[in-house]
Design a protein around this ligand. Structure first.
Ligand code: NAD
Length: 430
């Protein structure tokens, strides 16, 4: 006889003890619920994705065989506006992960006060195993399959891990062909030739720089002359390092997948960026000494910017961190245990949902520009981006002071409050 779960058992996606990213997200919501006052009545809204679509994506491979991939698009919440979030192509993508990522997009968009809900998509595939034309066929079939729930006023995908401007161009074209129109606003992160926005490439690093400066002002130290340590010297870390350098800060160490380098007098950032462009990483850069990873995390510095991977600051190295401020360029670079350790050491952590929201903010600008078919200068974009990032930091740090909580908890309080206020005034349909 088969053993069925008890009738009142929670579905696994509602169970906070269920391991995986969605379980982590549920715990985060539970931690914030006591701060939501009467809005806590609606908190269950945040614990369920509004809509989760699983699609079969069959394509004919170049060798004539038919392959099937599993794709997802999850709209976690659309109370404040259409869904917004990236599409990831990776062999480890799971529904739990996409659900959690979509929920974190709801939080990020609300924390920065963009008029979007949260969504995310993905295909469980190792894209390195596909040719360019197989990749195109897969992207187009996936777009058609999720086409019933995406749209410029419904849900707007963007690039994420292993997807890029070309992927977005294929998605835009497929959606437009299916609808019989030209819809540039259905995705963001497009090539400039197709309604992409100036400033998008640098937006996340610029946002990291702006909130870093705000944090310095908050604590009361000068950015000019301040030391900066950066993990990840790609799009986010490289841009942030360049902007700090141009302002007069000293980037004293950098780490990426090719090595870890240090110069207490400050690295020559423009030359380092050129070295990375030529050699693919910071390893082997002249004018700096190679150091080991333990030494890197323990460097005395004003700014520590993890801008590479998740879980880099963990229970094993958090205690050695000697930074005044950690600005999370990457998503989830600090584990919950490390978060507590940093808090107890009095280190200010600007959480990812605020610190790296510059990218989705300029995605929002792209969407607005596409809708109005009127495009802004890069200066205008950077100016507006800086204002949104500064306002977001101010709102979150105000709540952190009010409740004596970390900026991360404060960001969740701000975001959940905004989402649930919208939920409440909209009322329940029908
Ligand atoms: P990228 O690919 O341009 O750069 C990644 C960097 O991480 C590279 O310098 C790489 O060498 C380094 N890296 C990889 N493995 C490493 C390892 N084991 N140890 C040390 N360094 C390692 O990526 P990116 O766009 O700069 O994104 C970096 C992070 O920021 C990711 O977590 C991403 O999710 C997050 N993020 C990016 C954006 C965006 O707009 N690009 C927006 C929000 C969040």
């Amino acid at each position: 006889m088969s053993s069925l779960p008890p009738a009142d058992a929670l579905p696994s996606y509602l169970d906070p003890t269920h391991l995986g990213p969605w379980g982590v997200y549920l715990q985060q919501v539970d931690r914030v619920a006591p701060y939501l006052g009467s809005l806590a009545r609606w908190v269950e809204t945040l614990k369920r994705p509004k809509r989760a679509l699983i699609v079969d994506v069959p394509i004919e491979l170049d060798n004539g065989r038919v392959a099937h991939f599993e794709g997802y698009r999850v709209q976690h919440n659309t109370s404040r506006g259409p869904g917004k979030g990236g599409v990831r192509f990776h062999q480890d993508v799971t529904l739990s992960e996409v659900m959690a990522l979509s929920a974190w997009m709801s939080i990020k968009n609300a924390a920065v006060n963009l008029p979007f809900g949260g969504a995310k998509g993905g295909i469980r595939v190792d894209p390195r195993t596909l040719s360019q034309s197989e990749l195109e066929r897969m992207t187009r079939r996936y777009t058609t399959e999720i086409g019933v729930i995406i749209g410029p006023s419904k849900d707007i995908p963007a690039p994420d891990v292993n997807t890029n401007a070309q992927t977005m161009a294929w998605m835009m074209d497929t959606y437009s062909m299916n609808e019989g129109l030209t819809s540039t606003g259905v995705v963001t992160g497009k090539p400039i030739a197709l309604g992409g926005s100036l400033g998008r490439v640098e937006a996340t690093g610029r946002g990291v720089f702006v909130v870093g400066c705000e944090a310095a002002r908050d604590i009361g130290f000068d950015v000019v002359g301040a030391r900066v340590v950066v993990q990840g010297f790609g799009n986010v870390g490289g841009t942030a390092a360049r902007l700090f350098h141009e302002t007069g800060a000293k980037v004293i160490a950098a780490q990426d997948h090719t090595g870890t380098i240090h110069n207490e007098f400050g690295l020559d950032v423009p030359n380092l960026l050129a070295h990375v462009a030529q050699h693919g990483g910071v390893g082997g850069f002249g004018g700096a000494e190679a150091i080991d990873s333990d030494t890197f995390w323990a460097l005395e510095t004003e700014f520590l910017i993890p801008a590479a991977l998740e879980s880099q600051i963990h229970a094993g190295n958090a205690d050695s961190v000697r930074a005044k401020v950690v600005v999370e360029g990457a998503n989830g670079p600090t584990t919950p245990e490390a978060d507590d350790i940093l808090r107890d050491k009095g280190i200010l952590v600007v959480p990812d949902v605020v610190a790296n929201a510059g990218g989705v903010t300029v995605s929002y600008f792209e969407w607005v520009q596409d809708f109005s078919s009127f495009f802004w200068s890069e200066d205008e974009i950077n100016h507006r981006l800086e204002r949104i990032m500064r306002d977001a930091f101010a709102a979150v740090s105000h709540v952190a002071r009010e409740h004596s909580v970390t900026l991360r908890t404060a960001a969740f309080i701000v975001a959940c409050t905004r989402i649930l206020q919208a939920r409440q005034v909209r009322g329940l349909y029908p």
